[in-house]
Write a new protein. Structure first.
Lengths: 284, 284
């Protein structure tokens, strides 16, 4: 298993909660594994191998598709709570006793839910390009997100140049490098998600995003050491939501990258890997 | 010179602008040296040897007292601009052609001024526990700062437990460790500042802190790669000012530490040294 990488790790399957979950695991089987929770409409192939292989140097990395997404069957639930419960069923089905959890975008909402529902299972938490319940501009897609997801592109993957990167020359150049890495795996790529995924995920995000008095109170219950990372100009989940997460989670560190949009970890993969690896291996 | 440390580096003197500047330099004489700009009423002895020696492992570190402070003679000016000009005179007097600049608190304001007045001299900038012109709560001392600096303490250095650390048990314990390190140097400590320093520095901070339309525009002129670091609960210069710095300096990274007040770098010295050293040695 250690010889496998992002490109070569076979897709495996495990049944739980009536769902057949697709997953891949690779990296150094030492210490606590790191579970990746993916963004809106994304599959296991939407992770950046520079990030996954980079983090797999010192730990085992586990990618999976949550229920109803791509190679996992079942339905996408319309609440983040149910997505968290499905992710937990998967974690238990592969018999993990302790896990570090990384979530990106909607995956960051699911990562929070996993932590709230099973705090004893989660050692450390990494929240990337995401936000709190009732965060700013989260009740519907932001105007920028509506424009970006509503547009058409010459090649479908060019959507991600707009979602994950800013308009600057440097950011777009980093984006084109990301697209090359992202397309590098050729064998057994995940199928694209079906047409039921986006509406269900949007409904779930919308319920999560409703602003209420005391929306952020639940964050006090996240006791795990947490690292919050985002770009300084995230137009999909506004960057200020990362500030709010840091200010309300008791033991959270915040890192904001310059000239970066929603996918700051793909713009600065080496820096991101160093920051996350340092955080996961730090004594305090 | 390489054999010297924070504890042993002799205090040297150089004349410029009619001022005799006191300074110490130590560390590995390789690459671009790092110049430290100190906080309100602080001297060279108020730096944490865990930070200065930690950063001196891979670069030369230069501490100095700006005009009118402790072992440097002359008067403390009542504007940050003039403090910046004095610091520049010092930099030129010791013949530096290129320098990385770190500033903490009022030293962070001076560090910004150095960069604005001589952009060609400054390679990278580290702004710790500081804020922008016209930042939030910077026009006068904050209510918390007034209370903390106005109180009396059993031992004078216990003031810094309140200024630099939060009320939590963990933060106060880190503070007591900091005080031990901070008192470790016994030979040739700097004399305490005279009674003219605090009023002049407060006047300068007050002028800098005046809120005006477009107060933050000048930050666009800071083109250097910049790292902004603060605690998440800074009551001396409110933490939100670090967010504002990041959002307005074109190429700035932000790192916020948990359960930390104004002196977050003294609470997490290893983490701080790692983050700053990575930033200063990074290719991009």
């Amino acid at each position: 298993m250690t010889a496998h990488t992002h490109q070569t790790a076979p897709t495996q399957f495990v049944a739980a909660n009536g769902i057949r979950f697709a997953y891949r695991r690779f990296g150094k089987p030492a210490g606590v594994p790191l579970l990746f929770n993916q963004h809106f409409t994304g599959t296991m192939d939407h992770w950046d191998p520079a990030v996954t292989d980079g983090l797999a140097r010192d730990r085992e990395v586990i990618l999976f598709n949550n229920a109803g997404v791509s190679s996992s069957n079942g339905d996408v639930p319309t609440t983040i709570e149910a997505m968290g419960a499905n992710a937990l069923a998967f974690i238990k089905a592969i018999d993990l006793k302790r896990v570090d959890v990384l979530g990106f975008s909607i995956g960051g909402l699911v990562a929070q839910e996993i932590t709230l529902q099973a705090p004893e299972l989660v050692r450390r938490l990494v929240l990337v390009g995401t936000g709190p319940r009732g965060g700013q501009g989260m009740e519907t897609l932001t105007p920028e997100a509506q424009q970006i997801f509503g547009a058409t592109y010459n090649k479908p993957e060019e959507l991600w140049l707009k979602v994950h990167f800013t308009a600057s020359e440097a950011s777009q150049a980093a984006g084109r490098e990301f697209l090359k890495r992202f397309l590098r795996r050729t064998d057994n790529r995940d199928p694209a998600v079906n047409e039921k995924v986006a509406p269900a995920q949007i409904e779930a995000i919308g319920k999560w995003g409703v602003q209420r008095q005391g929306s952020y109170e639940y964050l006090k219950r996240i006791q795990q050491p947490t690292l919050v990372i985002n770009g300084d100009n995230d137009v999909i989940i506004y960057s200020i939501n990362s500030w709010i997460l840091q200010q309300n989670i008791p033991n959270a560190q915040l890192i904001i990258y310059p000239d970066a949009n929603h996918g700051s970890q793909y713009q600065y993969p080496q820096r991101f890997v160093r920051h996350v690896a340092d955080f996961l291996s730090e004594d305090v």
